[in-house]
Design a protein around this ligand. Structure first.
Ligand SMILES: [Zn+2]
Length: 256
Protein backbone atom coordinates (compact mmCIF):
# COMPACT_ATOMS: atom_id res chain seq x y z
CA UNK A 1 0.00 0.00 0.00
CA UNK A 2 1.41 3.38 -0.98
CA UNK A 3 2.25 5.72 1.87
CA UNK A 4 0.71 8.69 0.08
CA UNK A 5 -2.82 8.92 -1.24
CA UNK A 6 -5.20 11.57 -2.53
CA UNK A 7 -8.92 12.11 -2.00
CA UNK A 8 -11.48 14.84 -2.36
CA UNK A 9 -13.56 15.66 0.70
CA UNK A 10 -15.66 18.19 2.59
CA UNK A 11 -14.25 19.42 5.91
CA UNK A 12 -16.92 18.76 8.56
CA UNK A 13 -15.17 20.09 11.63
CA UNK A 14 -11.78 20.72 13.13
CA UNK A 15 -10.41 20.78 16.62
CA UNK A 16 -6.99 21.94 17.72
CA UNK A 17 -4.47 19.52 19.12
CA UNK A 18 -1.49 20.85 21.02
CA UNK A 19 -0.12 24.28 20.14
CA UNK A 20 -0.36 24.29 16.38
CA UNK A 21 -1.91 21.14 14.95
CA UNK A 22 -5.53 20.49 14.00
CA UNK A 23 -7.48 17.24 13.84
CA UNK A 24 -10.02 17.32 11.05
CA UNK A 25 -13.09 15.30 10.32
CA UNK A 26 -13.49 15.11 6.54
CA UNK A 27 -16.22 13.42 4.54
CA UNK A 28 -14.98 11.67 1.40
CA UNK A 29 -16.73 9.80 -1.42
CA UNK A 30 -14.79 6.51 -1.18
CA UNK A 31 -13.44 6.43 2.39
CA UNK A 32 -16.50 7.69 4.25
CA UNK A 33 -15.51 9.75 7.26
CA UNK A 34 -11.81 10.40 7.56
CA UNK A 35 -10.03 11.82 10.60
CA UNK A 36 -6.65 13.33 9.82
CA UNK A 37 -4.06 15.68 11.28
CA UNK A 38 -3.01 18.99 9.72
CA UNK A 39 0.35 19.84 11.22
CA UNK A 40 0.85 23.52 11.99
CA UNK A 41 -2.65 24.45 10.76
CA UNK A 42 -3.14 26.88 13.64
CA UNK A 43 -0.13 28.99 12.65
CA UNK A 44 -1.04 32.12 10.71
CA UNK A 45 1.49 31.34 7.96
CA UNK A 46 0.26 27.78 7.50
CA UNK A 47 -0.14 26.71 3.85
CA UNK A 48 -2.88 24.31 4.89
CA UNK A 49 -4.93 26.31 7.41
CA UNK A 50 -6.95 28.43 4.97
CA UNK A 51 -7.87 25.47 2.77
CA UNK A 52 -9.14 23.37 5.64
CA UNK A 53 -11.90 25.61 6.99
CA UNK A 54 -15.12 23.74 7.87
CA UNK A 55 -17.43 23.25 4.84
CA UNK A 56 -14.63 23.68 2.29
CA UNK A 57 -14.66 21.11 -0.51
CA UNK A 58 -11.02 20.20 -1.11
CA UNK A 59 -8.66 17.91 -2.90
CA UNK A 60 -6.37 16.53 -0.21
CA UNK A 61 -3.05 14.66 -0.26
CA UNK A 62 -2.41 12.48 2.79
CA UNK A 63 0.36 10.32 4.20
CA UNK A 64 -0.52 7.24 6.22
CA UNK A 65 0.27 7.74 9.89
CA UNK A 66 0.38 5.34 12.83
CA UNK A 67 -2.98 6.30 14.27
CA UNK A 68 -4.27 9.25 12.24
CA UNK A 69 -3.21 10.03 8.68
CA UNK A 70 -1.39 13.29 8.06
CA UNK A 71 -2.44 15.94 5.54
CA UNK A 72 0.53 16.83 3.35
CA UNK A 73 -1.18 19.05 0.77
CA UNK A 74 -4.54 20.56 -0.05
CA UNK A 75 -6.28 22.47 -2.85
CA UNK A 76 -9.65 24.15 -2.39
CA UNK A 77 -12.28 23.13 -4.94
CA UNK A 78 -15.31 25.04 -3.56
CA UNK A 79 -15.66 27.44 -0.61
CA UNK A 80 -19.45 28.12 -0.71
CA UNK A 81 -18.81 31.83 -0.21
CA UNK A 82 -22.46 32.96 0.29
CA UNK A 83 -22.57 30.77 3.41
CA UNK A 84 -19.59 32.55 4.91
CA UNK A 85 -21.22 35.96 4.54
CA UNK A 86 -24.45 35.06 6.35
CA UNK A 87 -24.69 33.74 9.90
CA UNK A 88 -27.96 31.90 9.26
CA UNK A 89 -26.70 30.16 6.09
CA UNK A 90 -23.39 29.29 7.74
CA UNK A 91 -25.29 27.77 10.68
CA UNK A 92 -27.41 25.75 8.21
CA UNK A 93 -24.18 24.50 6.57
CA UNK A 94 -22.76 23.51 9.94
CA UNK A 95 -25.98 21.65 10.77
CA UNK A 96 -25.56 19.61 7.58
CA UNK A 97 -21.88 18.99 8.44
CA UNK A 98 -22.71 17.88 11.99
CA UNK A 99 -25.37 15.46 10.82
CA UNK A 100 -22.97 14.01 8.21
CA UNK A 101 -20.31 13.66 10.91
CA UNK A 102 -22.75 11.74 13.13
CA UNK A 103 -24.07 9.50 10.35
CA UNK A 104 -20.79 8.93 8.51
CA UNK A 105 -18.73 5.87 9.38
CA UNK A 106 -14.92 5.95 9.25
CA UNK A 107 -13.56 3.90 6.36
CA UNK A 108 -17.03 3.04 5.00
CA UNK A 109 -17.94 4.35 1.57
CA UNK A 110 -21.29 6.11 1.23
CA UNK A 111 -21.24 8.02 -2.05
CA UNK A 112 -24.92 8.97 -1.80
CA UNK A 113 -24.31 10.73 1.52
CA UNK A 114 -21.24 12.50 0.11
CA UNK A 115 -23.18 13.70 -2.95
CA UNK A 116 -26.11 14.77 -0.78
CA UNK A 117 -23.78 16.79 1.46
CA UNK A 118 -22.19 18.51 -1.53
CA UNK A 119 -25.52 19.19 -3.25
CA UNK A 120 -27.01 20.61 -0.04
CA UNK A 121 -24.09 23.02 0.45
CA UNK A 122 -24.35 24.04 -3.22
CA UNK A 123 -28.08 24.63 -3.00
CA UNK A 124 -27.73 26.67 0.21
CA UNK A 125 -25.10 28.72 -1.65
CA UNK A 126 -27.29 29.07 -4.73
CA UNK A 127 -30.24 30.53 -2.81
CA UNK A 128 -32.53 27.49 -2.42
CA UNK A 129 -34.80 28.15 0.58
CA UNK A 130 -32.63 27.00 3.52
CA UNK A 131 -35.60 25.45 5.36
CA UNK A 132 -36.44 23.26 2.36
CA UNK A 133 -32.77 22.36 1.72
CA UNK A 134 -32.32 21.28 5.36
CA UNK A 135 -35.49 19.20 5.55
CA UNK A 136 -34.62 17.54 2.25
CA UNK A 137 -31.17 16.81 3.69
CA UNK A 138 -32.76 15.36 6.88
CA UNK A 139 -35.00 13.05 4.87
CA UNK A 140 -32.43 11.94 2.28
CA UNK A 141 -29.55 11.55 4.76
CA UNK A 142 -31.75 9.19 6.78
CA UNK A 143 -32.63 7.31 3.58
CA UNK A 144 -29.05 6.89 2.39
CA UNK A 145 -27.87 5.79 5.86
CA UNK A 146 -30.40 2.96 6.07
CA UNK A 147 -33.12 4.77 8.06
CA UNK A 148 -35.63 5.66 5.35
CA UNK A 149 -38.91 6.38 7.17
CA UNK A 150 -41.96 4.48 5.87
CA UNK A 151 -44.33 7.08 4.40
CA UNK A 152 -46.42 5.05 1.95
CA UNK A 153 -47.74 2.14 4.05
CA UNK A 154 -48.55 1.62 7.72
CA UNK A 155 -45.23 0.73 9.33
CA UNK A 156 -46.96 -1.73 11.70
CA UNK A 157 -49.44 -3.72 9.57
CA UNK A 158 -48.29 -2.83 6.05
CA UNK A 159 -51.68 -1.66 4.74
CA UNK A 160 -51.65 1.08 2.09
CA UNK A 161 -52.47 4.40 3.77
CA UNK A 162 -55.47 6.33 2.60
CA UNK A 163 -54.90 9.95 1.64
CA UNK A 164 -55.29 12.04 4.80
CA UNK A 165 -53.57 12.97 8.06
CA UNK A 166 -51.79 10.16 9.90
CA UNK A 167 -49.73 9.58 13.01
CA UNK A 168 -45.95 9.34 12.70
CA UNK A 169 -43.93 7.30 15.15
CA UNK A 170 -40.17 7.87 15.31
CA UNK A 171 -39.50 4.62 17.26
CA UNK A 172 -41.63 2.59 14.80
CA UNK A 173 -39.96 4.33 11.85
CA UNK A 174 -42.86 5.85 9.96
CA UNK A 175 -46.57 6.46 9.49
CA UNK A 176 -49.31 4.40 11.11
CA UNK A 177 -52.85 3.61 10.01
CA UNK A 178 -55.75 4.58 12.33
CA UNK A 179 -56.07 0.95 13.52
CA UNK A 180 -52.43 0.55 14.59
CA UNK A 181 -51.74 4.04 15.95
CA UNK A 182 -53.65 3.73 19.26
CA UNK A 183 -51.37 0.89 20.41
CA UNK A 184 -48.22 3.03 20.22
CA UNK A 185 -46.80 5.97 22.14
CA UNK A 186 -44.56 8.87 20.97
CA UNK A 187 -46.93 9.70 18.15
CA UNK A 188 -47.13 12.88 16.17
CA UNK A 189 -50.03 13.84 13.91
CA UNK A 190 -48.83 14.78 10.45
CA UNK A 191 -51.11 16.53 7.96
CA UNK A 192 -51.85 15.33 4.46
CA UNK A 193 -49.89 18.29 3.02
CA UNK A 194 -46.79 17.48 5.07
CA UNK A 195 -47.03 13.80 4.03
CA UNK A 196 -47.19 14.91 0.38
CA UNK A 197 -43.98 16.92 0.84
CA UNK A 198 -42.14 13.94 2.37
CA UNK A 199 -43.32 11.78 -0.54
CA UNK A 200 -42.11 14.46 -2.96
CA UNK A 201 -38.71 14.42 -1.17
CA UNK A 202 -38.50 10.65 -1.57
CA UNK A 203 -38.98 10.81 -5.35
CA UNK A 204 -37.23 14.00 -6.45
CA UNK A 205 -33.77 15.49 -6.70
CA UNK A 206 -32.41 18.96 -5.97
CA UNK A 207 -33.53 20.50 -9.27
CA UNK A 208 -37.16 19.74 -8.31
CA UNK A 209 -36.97 20.72 -4.65
CA UNK A 210 -35.32 24.04 -5.58
CA UNK A 211 -38.65 25.08 -7.14
CA UNK A 212 -40.75 23.95 -4.17
CA UNK A 213 -42.72 26.56 -2.22
CA UNK A 214 -44.10 25.62 1.18
CA UNK A 215 -46.36 27.36 3.66
CA UNK A 216 -44.63 28.14 6.98
CA UNK A 217 -46.95 25.85 8.98
CA UNK A 218 -46.22 22.85 6.71
CA UNK A 219 -42.50 23.64 6.84
CA UNK A 220 -42.61 23.78 10.64
CA UNK A 221 -44.54 20.50 10.81
CA UNK A 222 -41.96 18.70 8.67
CA UNK A 223 -39.13 20.21 10.70
CA UNK A 224 -40.58 18.87 13.97
CA UNK A 225 -41.28 15.39 12.53
CA UNK A 226 -37.85 15.08 10.94
CA UNK A 227 -35.97 16.46 13.94
CA UNK A 228 -37.74 14.04 16.28
CA UNK A 229 -36.90 11.21 13.90
CA UNK A 230 -33.24 12.26 13.47
CA UNK A 231 -32.87 12.63 17.26
CA UNK A 232 -34.36 9.16 17.73
CA UNK A 233 -32.04 7.58 15.12
CA UNK A 234 -28.91 9.27 16.49
CA UNK A 235 -30.05 8.76 20.08
CA UNK A 236 -28.90 12.34 20.63
CA UNK A 237 -29.96 15.86 19.72
CA UNK A 238 -28.09 17.64 16.94
CA UNK A 239 -26.27 20.55 18.61
CA UNK A 240 -26.51 22.80 15.55
CA UNK A 241 -30.28 22.27 15.45
CA UNK A 242 -30.46 23.74 18.97
CA UNK A 243 -28.27 26.63 17.78
CA UNK A 244 -30.51 27.26 14.76
CA UNK A 245 -33.57 27.38 17.03
CA UNK A 246 -31.79 29.84 19.30
CA UNK A 247 -30.83 32.04 16.34
CA UNK A 248 -34.37 31.94 15.01
CA UNK A 249 -35.72 32.92 18.44
CA UNK A 250 -33.29 35.83 18.71
CA UNK A 251 -34.25 37.28 15.33
CA UNK A 252 -30.55 37.46 14.42
CA UNK A 253 -31.10 35.64 11.18
CA UNK A 254 -31.87 37.20 7.84
CA UNK A 255 -33.95 34.50 6.24
CA UNK A 256 -35.61 31.26 7.28
ZN1 LIG B 1 -51.62 -0.47 10.48
Amino acid sequence: MSRLYKTEGVVLKHSYMGEADAVLSIYTPALGKLRAVARGAKRSKSRLGGHLEPLNHCSIMLARGRSLDIISGCDTLETFMPLRANLWLMSCGLYVAELTDRLGVEGTENRSLFQLLLNTLRSLSDGVHPGIALRYFDFRSMACSGYLPEIWRCVACGCALEMGSHQFSAPAGGLLCPDCAPALSSLQMISVNAIKVLRFFSRNDFSAIARLKLKPDVMREIEVVMQNYVTYVLDQEVNSAKWLNKLRGSGMWLTS
